[in-house]
Design a protein. Sequence first.
Length: 370
Amino acid sequence: MSEVEALRAGLVADIDGAASLDALEALRVGALGKQGVVTALLKTLGGMSPEERLEKGPPIQDLRESVTNAIATRKAALEQAALDARLASERVDMTLPAGDVPVGSIHPVSQVMDELAEIFADLGFSVATGPEIEDQWYNFTALNMPESHPARAMHDTFYLRAEEGVESYVLRTHTSPVQIRTMKAVAQKTGGAGEPIRIIAPGRVYRSDSDATHTPMFHQIEGLVIDKGIHLGHLKWTLETFLKAFFERDDITLRLRPSYFPFTEPSVEVDVGYSLENGQRVIGGSGDAPGGGWMEVLGSGMVNRRVIAAGGFDPDQWQGFAFGIGIDRLAMLKYGMNDLRAFFDGDLRWLKHYGFSALDVPTLSGGVGA
């Protein structure tokens, strides 16, 4: 047996007998490290003649490969043995409680939107949507708001930059354009004959305003009913039923005050009675009771004849009512929040306090009759 073969046999035997990964690493360094015996043999090839290198080089290269392969094989065996030992000795107690993990929550605005959709679905309303970047005709003109109307002023409305000679689009100031779009779609489908409509239009709206009770972007829901023989009594009953279901109280009292909106005639502001409980305003009861008062919650009215005509319906045959209310304001009233700006600050502490668990949210599954 040559010297190289004897060295290979001895190294492979030592490697196969290594009892631990640390012992194996020591053998690897002793054989293949910078000062290792195999490395020393490889360095001698540089000083040999070509003929001598051709004779002695292949056995030394085979030695290196054999040692390298033996180390890899033994390392895999030792690692597998260590894993098997851990699996045999360690146990996971499945009865232990899981650790705390971050859990998301439902934003109050999303929660209130779901509640409103549920209430109005029980009343036979469907949900309609429309674009947030709106044509001025749908946002203003079709709603009986002429060019001189204050709401069209630059300080009230966000206008988008447009090319010269082209009318600017706007960020919608209310969800009322959805009413016009829905009416026109129905009129087109029925060839102008029309058919009853009962929709709500929730969504984001934009106005140039910011303080504790106003933000440049907020959420609004508008309702529209178009039918024959509709009158103000239908509007009052709908709003009263809706508010009783939303606040989950039967003692909701409404007060309708004459007002003016260009898209309704007659128009009414709707106040709801509140009482003081532990120094806090609580919706419910008569506002005329001792310690009580009235709080404005929404605007409404009978749809203006011009708006009905703009929607493609015959105002001599069809009547209707409409109402609008801020979703954020409803959330503030129901869940005791006092600053609208906090809704959009992105503060996780606020959301943790006011947010709703996805697995344990309050519902109104009892319906409007509950």
